[in-house]
Ligand binder design. Structure first.
Ligand code: SAH
Length: 225
């Protein structure tokens, strides 16, 4: 048993939440095209069942999005894996900004891979739960704040990578402005039912946009909840 479970007995899980369930999820992700061992290894060790409601814990290792309260969802493991892979493919970033902390799962995946993660959430109660989990799991390289993430985190910019986990109509200019010169941004863009996952990097003359396929995210909303 690796990493997180050493500190916390309930992270080990039983039956549907056991290490075997995590291993099976990782096998499935690999079969479905996730190739980066670093990403698969983190997903194998991270107790996703602690990031969902206790009543849904037995479904935590299905490859599906699940409700986390407040009308929000924890992203599907395949999407978390794909976005993480896309973010680190051209070199491991040191400092990453995440917009949409939600359950904290995507943030915890990133925190296991990079030096520091900054995460912003507009719904205070979700942020409180996520912070509690980070403490419990001994995740100490995350800074989080309750704010409208469309504004980014200007005081600590620039970031080597930015990941947005809620869909806006377009990528926020404020976020692109906070990306380091060779940085990578990954974000879902578009209206419900027609969202595309975009990866944006700086090219010789302007931004290079790459489509990584269709996705389904909750909307990026204005203001704080
Ligand atoms: N990364 C999360 C996904 C949560 S769903 C996870 O792994 O669980 C997306 C989250 O984005 C929701 O919690 C929602 O409240 C939040 N969100 C939506 N608009 C936002 C905004 N403008 N600023 C910050 N967070 C936002």
């Amino acid at each position: 048993m690796t990493g997180f479970a050493r500190h916390v007995p309930e992270a080990r899980g039983l039956g549907m939440t056991s290490q075997r369930a995590r291993d099976r999820l990782v096998e499935r992700l690999a079969e479905d095209g996730i190739a980066d061992r670093r990403v698969l290894d983190v997903i194998r060790s991270l107790p996703r069942h602690l990031f969902v409601d206790e009543a849904l814990a037995t479904r935590a290792y299905e490859d599906t999005a699940l409700p986390i309260g407040q009308g929000q969802t924890i992203s599907q493991p395949h999407v978390v894996a794909r976005m993480t892979e896309a973010l680190i493919e051209h070199g491991l970033p040191k400092r990453v900004l995440e917009i949409g902390t939600g359950s904290g799962y995507q943030c915890a995946v990133l925190a296991a891979l990079v030096e520091k993660v900054y995460t912003v959430e507009r719904i205070e109660e979700l942020l409180r739960n996520a912070r509690r989990l980070f403490r419990k799991l001994g995740i100490a390289n995350v800074r989080s704040r309750h704010d409208d993430g469309r504004l980014g985190w200007p005081d600590d910019a620039p970031f080597d990578a930015i990941i947005v986990t809620a869909a806006g109509a377009e990528v926020e200019q404020a976020l692109l402005a906070q990306l380091a010169p060779h940085g990578t941004l990954v974000a879902p863009v578009g209206p419900a039912g027609r969202q595309t996952l975009l990866r944006i990097r700086a090219g010789e003359d302007g931004w290079v946009r790459e489509s990584l396929g269709l996705v389904s995210f909750v909307p990026l909303l204005g203001g704080v909840g």
